[in-house]
Design a protein around this ligand. Structure first.
Ligand code: ADP
Ligand code: MG
Ligand code: MG
Length: 885
């Protein structure tokens, strides 16, 4: 019977959409013959149906009953049996892992009768009553929203009455009293008794897990990780096994390689006499996996061999949850594990060396975002004071900020903060997102804080046990720090420093700069190998947006094969502003020509330097774009200066002239005003001067034996006639500069009309370059500066944007214009070169889009060039990659 429920023996790892990651992988492990407790998975389809209608889909419950029967037969135990009860865990598990974001209920099937049976079977009544009180608490909270505090109060009261400090010291009789008290709490908050019918427990638990898909924190996590909100979660129902049955039992989590560095060899934490929750929550301190070799050598060897088989099966790093019950090993979970960016690069190349994957596939195992993270600066340890303490380096990075102790404070802070906690739990997510870094005093690399921080690429140091956190202060190394005090945490070394430690460039950046060799360094060697393969594979070229020779030189070191955008307006600033002023204020043709003549040699020099640095590579120079009044002082400032002069009875002089000009040139919407090509057509001689400077600079380079390849790019064209007019003038100027090489003339495509009439425009353009910043603004009809602060947060929260359209190209809208322009342009000019020079050129998702759209190159800021190179390679070699989300 195949409907809403799949037995573990029916599924496999490729059914993640239907069974969720956890269910698909439990099925895979079952199929491999690994020791997985028997169970079944309720599909994500059932969840979607439930969330849509608010009721259990027809037939679901009888399917569940049917699969439960099979389980009982296999286990030789009966659910709800008073003598030897089968107990169940009811676990959430979505397609993409969302650690701790949804609910799991353990020990389902205990009631007033079966609790006694469980005690007799295990010869441990105390354990049975402790499990029962945990069930009532977990069930009450997740199924009926009973406030957790109500249970905590009873537990604290029981400790006080018994005169003990910890729950572990409560006797069987005292735990029985806790159970009765919990049942009363349950009754008071829900108006009904705690369900004694175990099947009802199970059905209610399944519904609660379905609903936990829409818990606030789960939705927030999905937005952060860009996981679609409509997938739903599967529910895994499986037989309970007990790691808390004494010293020959325990529970642990493990990775097949070190998720922080990628180093080969099993890695993990183990906790004796404990249930799974205890390790993941990081509440108690664990021992390293290696110590299991002494504690239980047989289980240890079995575990290592299972881990090896899992790696072979998944062809990647796996993480697992396991439990040992009285010396018997059980596998409770596996998945392709999350890892740091450095580990991702190292492991990808290791797997190539081990013959497990190809270089193409290795490229799919890393991402531009990860490379970008590796390029972040780190602390300058020479300039650092002695550390206050050292914790577990759980997620790399160098974070500096003011201490906050509460997630709400982190979320409310205006400046950079470090969230300092004993441990974190899923409710801390908003605070973790808002912080520069996270510091905890408890838990290892597999604690909640560590796992979530790694997933977000956020700096995290955990398990810094010397920290004494006490409400609003933390004491360490004899010093007490308060909320607001600045600290620095190093997620690569685990060191915690007082104050703000200066940062220095990352080794990966120094490698790109040519200052460090990749030889002998596992990370740099991995980066080098994958970058080389990316360059070798890529179809898209990567150019850089560089306005100066220095920027262009760096871009070239970082692997750019051209300048895709040189903004000439930057050459009109500083001392040269006066010349521009003279140009704007010119009363006569002669005055204007004089100003232009003064600018010409300066521009020629700028271009000459740039062309020298980029010798042999294309340099696309954009003629001046912004409105000219941007070069004059702001209106408010001039008004104030003139008013002051007049108040003092002085002549405002030049300021008065400037003010008049600024008033005359004032625009309501400068972004939509006199700028770009419009300026070139209105201000005589301006474009001509720039074209002449480019041609002369190129001619001089040729005379010096260079190979200059400048191109002239006209901004903001919306009609072919604009471009034809500029082109005619430019061609006649170029023809008049002896010794100049051939110089191509093209245009930006940045107003929707240009995209729509690209077929006409291409008759006058040898190349197109999409200015996706302006194109996004003009397509949406909003200006970036005005809207990002005003309503983008709200739009992202409402899901109107999955990501800001200024960061990642809006495929459906702006992307459609790109397709139209490429198609229409190439239809009339087959050799048309097409690139993009907006900020999207350095955004990984956008690079993939531009590759698919058939562009020839992307151009981005020099620092993003390696990211774009990697993504260009990945776009070409894209295949079935491993997804570790
Ligand atoms: P999460 O997705 O948050 O990790 P899990 O479904 O993995 O949630 O469950 C939470 C904890 O309960 C884990 O530590 C897991 O090992 C433990 N657990 C789940 N099912 C069982 C079971 N059948 N027997 C014992 N422990 C279990
Ligand atoms: Mg888990
Ligand atoms: Mg523009």
């Amino acid at each position: 019977m195949t409907g809403y429920v799949y037995d573990f023996i029916e599924g496999n790892k490729d059914l993640k959409d239907l069974l969720g990651g956890k269910g698909a992988n439990l099925a895979e492990m079952t199929g491999m013959g690994l020791p997985v407790p028997p169970g079944f998975t309720v599909t994500t389809e059932a969840c979607r149906e439930y969330l849509r209608t608010g009721t259990m889909p027809a037939g679901l419950l009888s399917e569940v009953e049917h699969h439960l029967q099979l389980m009982q037969t296999r286990m030789g135990k009966t659910f709800g049996d008073a003598h030897d009860p089968l107990l169940l865990s009811v676990r959430s598990g979505a397609k993409f892992s969302m650690p701790g974001m949804m609910e799991t209920i353990l020990d389902v099937g205990l009631n007033d009768a079966s609790v006694a049976g469980l005690g007799r079977q295990n010869g441990d009544e105390r354990f049975a009553w402790d499990s029962y009180r945990r069930l009532i608490q977990m069930f009450g909270r997740t199924v009926f929203d009973v406030p957790g505090g109500a249970f905590e109060t009873e537990l604290a009261a029981a400790r006080a009455t018994a005169g003990v400090a910890t729950d572990a010291e409560l006797s069987t009789a005292q735990l029985q009293d806790v159970v009765y008290a919990y049942q009363k709490v349950f009754q008071e908050h829900t108006g009904r008794d705690f369900p004694q019918a175990v099947h009802e427990q199970l059905f209610l638990a399944i519904g609660a897990v379905f609903r936990s898909w829409n818990a606030e924190r789960a939705m927030l996590y999905r937005r952060q990780e860009r996981i679609p909100q409509d997938l739903g979660t599967a529910v895994n129902v499986m037989a309970m096994v007990f790691g808390n049955r004494g010293e020959s039992s325990g529970t642990g989590v493990a990775f097949t390689r070190d998720p922080a560095t990628g180093r080969r060899g099993a890695y993990g934490d183990y906790l004796r006499n404990a249930q799974g929750e205890d390790v993941v929550a990081g509440i108690r301190n664990t021992v390293s996996l290696g110590e299991l070799a002494t504690i239980d050598p047989v289980s240890y060897r079995q575990l290592l061999s299972i881990m090896q088989r899992l790696e072979q099966r998944y062809r990647d790093l796996c993480d697992i949850e396991f439990t040992i019950e009285n010396g018997k090993l059980w596998m409770l979970q596996t998945r392709v594990g999350k890892r740091t960016p450095a580990a991702a690069f190292v492991i990808a190349t290791q797997l190539v060396d081990e013959g497990t994957i190809s270089l193409d596939e290795a490229l799919q195992r890393v991402s531009g975002e990860q490379l970008a993270q590796l390029m972040f600066p780190s602390f300058d340890t020479d300039a650092a004071p002695p550390p206050l303490t050292v914790g577990v380096p759980a997620s790399p990075g160098a974070a500096v900020g003011a201490i906050v102790f509460a997630s709400a404070a982190a979320a409310a802070a205006t400046g950079p903060v470090i969230l300092v906690r004993r441990e974190t739990n899923p409710d801390d997510l908003p605070g973790m997102i808002a912080s520069q870094g996270i510091l905890t005093s408890r838990g290892g690399k597999t604690s909640h804080a560590a796992v979530v921080a790694r997933g977000m690429g956020k700096t995290c140091v955990c398990g810094a046990e010397e920290l004494r956190i006490d409400g609003d202060s933390v004491t360490v190394a004899g010093r007490t720090l308060h909320a607001g005090d600045v600290i620095s945490i190093d997620g690569t070394t685990g060191k915690v420093y007082p104050g703000a430690v200066p940062v220095r460039p990352s080794p990966v950046v120094r490698y790109f700069e040519g200052e460090l060799s990749a030889h002998g360094d596992p990370l740099l060697a991995a980066v080098e190998r994958l970058m080389t393969h990316a360059d070798h594979s890529a179809r898209l070229a990567v150019h850089a947006n560089a306005d100066t020779a220095a920027d262009a030189a760096r871009a070239r070191r970082f692997g750019a094969t051209g300048v895709g955008l040189c903004r000439t307006e930057h050459m009109f600033l500083g001392d040269r502003r006066q010349l521009v002023e003279r140009l704007i204020l010119a009363d006569s043709e002669a005055e204007r020509d004089e100003a232009l003549a003064a600018l010409l040699p300066l521009q020629r020099n700028d271009f000459g330097d740039l062309l020298a640095v980029m010798d042999g590579l294309p340099v696309t120079i954009r003629l001046i774009d912004p409105p000219l009044h941007e070069f004059l002082p702001p209106l408010e400032e001039l008004t104030a200066r003139v008013a002051r002069a007049e108040a003092l009875g002085e002549d405002p002089g030049h300021d008065g002239t400037l003010l008049a000009a600024v008033r005359r040139m004032h625009e309501q919407n400068p972004m939509l005003g006199l700028r770009g090509v419009r300026l070139g057509l209105v201000v005589p001689g301006l474009f001509a001067m720039q074209v002449r400077a480019i041609a002369q600079a190129a001619a001089a380079r040729v005379a010096d034996g260079g190979d200059p390849r400048p191109e002239i790019m006209v901004p903001l064209v919306g009609a072919v006639q604009e471009l034809e007019t500029v082109r005619a003038e430019a061609e006649s100027i170029l023809a008049g500069v002896p010794g100049a090489p051939p110089i191509r003339i093209g245009t930006m495509i940045e107003v929707p009309r240009a995209a729509l009439t690209a077929g006409q425009i291409a008759t006058a353009a040898e190349f197109f370059s999409f200015g996706t910043n302006d194109l996004t603004q003009m397509t949406w009809g909003f200006s970036r500066d005005d809207v990002e602060g005003a309503f983008f947060g709200r739009y992202l929260a409402l899901g109107i944007f999955a990501a800001s359209p200024f960061e990642t190209i809006d495929v459906d809208g702006v992307g459609e214009l790109v397709h139209i322009a490429v198609d229409r342009g190439r239809a009339v000019r087959s050799g048309l070169t097409v690139g993009v020079c907006g900020e999207h050129g350095g955004d990984p998702a956008s690079v993939r889009f531009f590759h698919d759209a058939g562009l020839d190159y992307v151009s981005c800021s020099p620092f993003r060039v390696p990211v774009a190179r990697l993504e260009a390679g990945r776009a070409t070699t894209r295949a079935t990659g491993s997804d570790s989300r």
